[in-house]
Design a protein around this ligand. Structure first.
Ligand SMILES: Nc1ncnc2c1ncn2[C@@H]1O[C@H](COP(=O)(O)OP(=O)(O)OP(=O)(O)O)[C@@H](O)[C@H]1O
Length: 606
């Protein structure tokens, strides 16, 4: 859901809201940064007093008095300024770390509650960038750029006040390059538009996002790229995303070209204005020594304008990025989570039975219904198989049980209670789901299995792994159950991954087991092991299984045939074969397919 970007003040306010009690630290950090903004000016004032004393006694330098005093005072101001700045950064860092951590926690916590379908339309690369990238960006903004911004606002005020105290004409002359520089910055940041430059930043960040998303898709598709000898240009989406990002960056750089040149010339060319003005004013000055002293003051002070304006520019840019980050995080937080029942409404399943009653469901944005008026009873402790042609609605029906989606009409109940009335944690505890390509985390085998029940002891995990026929996997690696899986560890075959996933489900020991093509990746040797693990997992459980290999469902209590989202047949294997309908046809096709073989002259059905 698109969310409008907040204005800069609101964005900073929202960010500080994430900091919780540490918000006060951020405020304190900004106050200290402001104090430091004054301290930055003071040593220069001292330096000017040194110069004034020297000019007064020139060329008899040794007669100058108070040099040590001003010198030490300058040192004291610098040292105190540094300490104050250090304290300011400590405060803002502490607030920034908490803000970033809370932002990540809130966004991830919310993502855990949104319907699974959200992840179909929001790629993992994009979500990672939003959650991690935006939090990182705001951390930098709060920790460094915000105090610098406050400091760079205070310094000019102190600077201008001091400048006008000496010689208002020279003060005005010094202000000219600063004003030009500020104007150019304002122009570049798009502040001449009503929207504070946000639309461009949004477009820029969107282009960056599209490129990242397309890059992830491209990397995922590398095997296809290699096998079919494709180039990056044949991946239109990726190629277009790169070009759009390039155009965006180029257009932005080009639009900044002139103002940036003017800004840099103005800010670095203070002397070009100061020196001619000084020459002109020197002629009119009655006391040349006094004028020279004042002139030296402006010469010394103009040096800090470059740093001051640069800091201000980076800080404004960071504020715009923070505005965009808040918008993106808000987009995640604005996604409606699955509704939780209130304490009064909450029901508790009495057993592991499942009931589909006149269920209708369509995926968001899909043109047709995935399920139409589907009714099915799965008594507690029974095994019901969902079979049917591809796209028939098997996976959809199974995913409605753990509420990966909510039905559009009708209801799905577990233990006699509508799943929408069961608290999410209780519902999750009722169901163990084994997908056809269950993912393993980059963690040890032990942690991968224990994910199902974090409180399980090592002995319980070992027992689950044993029951899931994983002994050979653990024996293969010296670290056994502690073997790391993934990037810096070992890689498992599809069938081995599936057995680890089954160990996870066994450890969970939920009354309902949903199996979605659990033997899909099994070779003959693995399949025998997986079948044994499945038998162990399903003992005494309610089982809802999806299978394409019809040999795995012949023993089911009920086989439900789904076609086009409708239940077209149901019954036991023998009954359905005898009925001569869709199942009988599928069974015949299946039996024929398992006897296929490839001969030298081509493919033949035996
Ligand atoms: N995330 C989704 N968004 C939109 N439509 C979807 C989505 N997932 C599935 N569909 C559509 O819903 C219908 C049912 O799909 P489903 O995956 O439930 O079928 P299936 O019987 O499990 O198929 P298969 O045997 O090929 O896995 C199909 O038309 C499919 O294209």
């Amino acid at each position: 859901m698109p969310v409008a970007p907040p204005d800069p003040k609101e964005a900073v306010g929202r960010l500080l809201g994430f900091a919780g009690p540490r918000k006060k630290l951020a405020v304190l950090g900004c106050v200290l940064a402001g104090v430091n903004g004054v301290f930055v000016v003071m040593p220069l004032v001292c330096v000017w007093f040194v110069l004034r004393d020297l000019v007064a006694v020139a060329p008899n330098w040794s007669a100058a008095e108070g040099l040590a005093f001003w010198g030490w005072l300058a040192f004291a101001f610098s040292a105190t300024g540094l300490l104050v700045y250090f304290a300011a950064l400590m405060c803002t860092h502490l607030a920034a770390f908490r803000t970033a951590a809370n932002m990540r926690k809130q966004a991830l916590g919310h993502l855990g509650r949104v319907p699974l379908g959200y992840f179909d339309s929001h790629a993992s690369g994009h979500l990672r960038r939003v959650v991690d990238g935006c939090a990182g960006q705001t951390e930098d903004m709060l920790a460094h750029k915000l105090p610098d911004f406050v400091g760079s606002l205070v310094t000019p005020v102190a600077f201008v006040a001091v400048m006008f105290a000496f010689d208002w004409i020279m003060g005005l002359v010094c202000l000219v390059p600063i004003a030009i520089s500020a104007l150019m910055m304002w122009w570049m940041m798009g502040r001449r538009t009503k929207n504070d430059g946000m639309p461009f930043m949004m477009l820029y960040q969107d282009a960056l996002n599209r490129m990242n998303k397309a890059a992830v898709e491209y990397v995922r598709g590398i095997p296809v790229v290699k096998v079919f000898q494709q180039t990056v240009h044949s991946f239109r989406a990726f190629s277009e995303a790169i070009m759009s990002y390039r155009d965006m960056a180029y257009q932005y750089s080009k639009s900044c070209q002139r103002p940036q040149v003017v800004q840099l010339v103005a800010i670095n060319g203070t002397f070009a204005v100061l020196v001619p003005a000084g020459i002109l004013l020197a002629h009119a000055a009655g006391d040349f020594a006094a004028f020279l002293t004042d002139f030296l003051f402006y010469a010394v002070f103009s040096a800090i304008t470059t740093t001051m304006m640069t800091k201000m520019m980076y800080a404004s840019e960071a504020v715009m990025m923070a505005q965009d980050s808040v918008r993106r995080i808000d987009e995640i937080l604005a996604t409606r989570p699955l509704a939780e029942p209130s304490a009064v409404q909450a029901g508790h399943p009495r057993d592991g039975s499942i009931s589909f009653e006149h269920v209708g469901f369509a995926y968001p944005g899909a043109s047709g219904d995935a399920l139409v008026d589907m009714s099915l009873e799965v008594p507690a402790g029974s095994t019901v198989a969902l079979v049917g042609p591809s796209g028939g609605g098997k996976t959809t029906a199974a995913s409605l049980v753990p509420r990966f989606w909510d039905v559009d009409s009708g209801s799905v109940s577990v233990g006699g209670v509508d799943v929408r009335d069961i608290p999410a944690s209780e519902l999750m505890a009722q169901v163990a789901f084994v997908f056809q390509n269950d993912r393993l985390f980059k963690a040890s085998l032990l942690e991968n299995i224990r994910a199902a029940r974090p409180g399980a002891t090592r002995a319980q995990v070992e027992a689950a792994a044993h029951a899931a026929q994983c002994d050979d996997i653990m024996a293969k690696f010296p670290d056994g159950l502690d073997t790391q899986v993934g990037a810096k560890g070992v890689y498992l075959s599809g069938g081995e991954c599936q057995r680890i996933a089954l160990a996870r489900a066994i450890l969970k020991d939920a009354p309902i087991v949903v199996l979605d093509e659990a033997t899909a990746f099994a070779d003959p040797e693995n399949e025998a092991l997986i079948q044994r693990a499945l038998a162990r997992l399903c003992e005494g459980k309610t089982v809802l299984m999806i299978a394409h290999r019809l040999s795995t469902v012949t023993g089911a209590d009920v086989i439900c045939v789904l076609d086009g989202g409708r239940v077209v047949e149901r019954g036991r294997h023998d009954e359905l074969v005898a009925a001569g309908g869709l199942y009988a046809k599928m069974w015949n096709d299946y039996r024929t397919s398992v006897t296929w073989r490839i001969e030298r002259s081509g493919t033949h059905a035996a």
